[in-house]
Write a protein that binds this ligand. Structure first.
Ligand code: AVJ
Length: 319
C-alpha cells in the first residue's frame, strides 16, 4: 500500500466505525462509489424510474443557448470549474456550445477519480483541441481552493447531478457558504437541484423495479467486507427507501433483518432486529428554498433553467 492508499484506508475505516457506533447508525454516501458502485450508478442513471439524469441532460442538450448566455455573462473571460466532473457527459454540451461561439474560457474539471479525469481529458483533447484544460484530482473543497488559487479570471463553478442533495439542509448551507468564501464578487455557481414533486415519482426513483438501487445500497456493505475485512451477511440486510414530501428528505436505509453482530477489522458492531443504517439523503427542494439558500449564503439568484417537465432545475447564483 502506498502512503496515500494507507491514508484513504484508515480514513474509510475510521468513518465506518464512527458511523456504525452512532445512533442512529449511518454511513457516508461518498463511499458508494468504488468500482462496482460506480458501475451500478451508471446503471441507475439509465433506469426508467431514475428521472434525474434525463431531466438534467434535457437542460444541457436543449437549453444550451440559455445556459451559455448566463455563464458567459458580459463576455469577460472566465474559468469554468466543475465539481465532480466525471466523464463530463452533461457539461460537454455546454463546452461544445461555448467553444463553437469562440467564448473565452478555460475548463477546470475536479474529480476524486484520476481514471475518469484521464478519460475526460482524452475526449476533450480530441473534440476541443484549443481548449485549455487544467485537471484537479481530489476532494471537492480542497481542489476547489487549489483551482481558485490558480485562477486569475472570473469563475463559474458547476455542481451538477443533484449531488448537493447528498447533504442535510444544514450541512448544505455550510457548504454553500464555504463555496461563497472561496469566490469573489461577479463569480457564479450553477447548481443542479432535484425538485419536490409527486412523492410517488420521487420514491420510485430510489425503489426501481429491477432492484439496481437495492444492489447499489447493499454494495456499501460489500465494499466494507472487501476493503475492511468485515463479515456483513448481505442476505440479512434490506434496502429501504423513504421520502418525506414535507421536508423533501429522501433517505435510503439498510434494515437489519435480525439481531446480529458484525466484525469489522477486529471490532464488533451489534445490530438489533429492524435497526437501520442511514446510507444516503437525496434532498429535494422547492424554488423558494433554493432562493433562500442562495441569499442566506451570500449569493443572489441570477437565473433558473428547468427541464421540460419542470422536475429539475439548474440554478445560477452570483455573488
Ligand atoms: C448522485 C447523489 C445525485 O441522490 O439521486 C441514486 C445517488 N442514490 N440512486 C441521488 C443515488 C440512489 C444520486 N446522486
Amino acid at each position: 500500500m502506498s502512503g496515500v492508499q494507507r491514508e484513504t484506508f484508515v480514513r474509510f475505516k475510521e468513518d465506518v466505525l464512527k458511523g456504525l457506533s452512532s445512533s442512529p447508525k449511518n454511513l457516508h454516501p461518498k463511499y458508494f462509489y468504488d468500482e462496482k458502485g460506480s458501475a451500478l450508478f451508471r446503471e441507475i442513471m439509465v433506469l426508467p424510474e431514475y428521472y434525474l439524469t434525463g431531466c438534467e441532460l434535457d437542460i444541457f442538450k436543449n437549453k444550451t443557448d440559455e445556459l451559455g448566455k448566463m455563464v458567459a455573462m458580459d463576455g469577460t473571460p472566465f474559468d469554468l470549474i466543475e465539481l465532480g466532473a466525471g466523464d463530463g457527459f452533461k457539461s460537454t454540451h455546454l463546452l461544445r456550445h461555448l467553444y463553437q461561439e469562440n467564448t473565452n474560457f478555460n475548463y477546470m474539471p475536479i474529480d476524486i477519480s484520476g481514471t475518469i479525469l484521464d478519460i475526460l481529458g482524452g475526449s476533450l483533447q480530441s473534440e476541443f483541441p484549443d481548449l485549455e484544460v487544467q485537471r484537479f484530482e481530489g476532494e471537492y473543497m480542497e481542489m476547489l481552493a487549489e483551482a481558485c488559487s490558480r485562477s486569475n479570471n472570473r469563475k463559474v463553478v458547476l455542481f451538477l447531478g443533484a449531488n448537493i442533495g447528498n447533504m442535510e439542509p444544514d450541512e448544505c448551507k455550510g457548504f454553500c457558504a464555504q463555496l461563497q468564501s472561496l469566490l469573489s464578487p461577479g463569480d457564479m455557481v450553477l447548481i443542479g437541484f432535484d425538485l419536490k414533486k409527486d412523492p410517488k415519482q420521487v420514491l420510485n426513483a430510489y425503489n426501481d423495479a429491477s432492484g439496481v438501487t437495492s444492489k447499489f445500497n447493499l454494495n456499501l456493505l460489500e465494499r466494507i467486507n472487501r476493503e475492511l475485512m468485515a463479515d456483513f451477511d448481505l442476505d440479512q440486510f434490506e434496502h429501504y427507501p423513504s421520502y418525506d414530501p414535507i421536508s423533501g428528505a429522501c433517505k435510503s436505509f439498510l434494515v437489519s433483518l435480525r439481531k446480529q453482530e458484525v466484525r469489522i477489522d477486529g471490532h464488533t458492531i451489534g445490530f438489533d432486529k429492524n435497526e437501520v443504517i442511514c446510507t444516503e439523503i437525496s434532498q429535494k427542494y422547492d424554488l423558494t428554498e433554493i432562493q433562500n439558500l442562495a441569499e442566506q449564503t451570500g449569493f443572489h439568484l441570477y437565473g433558473m433553467i428547468h427541464d421540460s417537465k419542470k422536475w429539475f432545475v439548474d440554478a445560477v447564483w452570483q455573488i
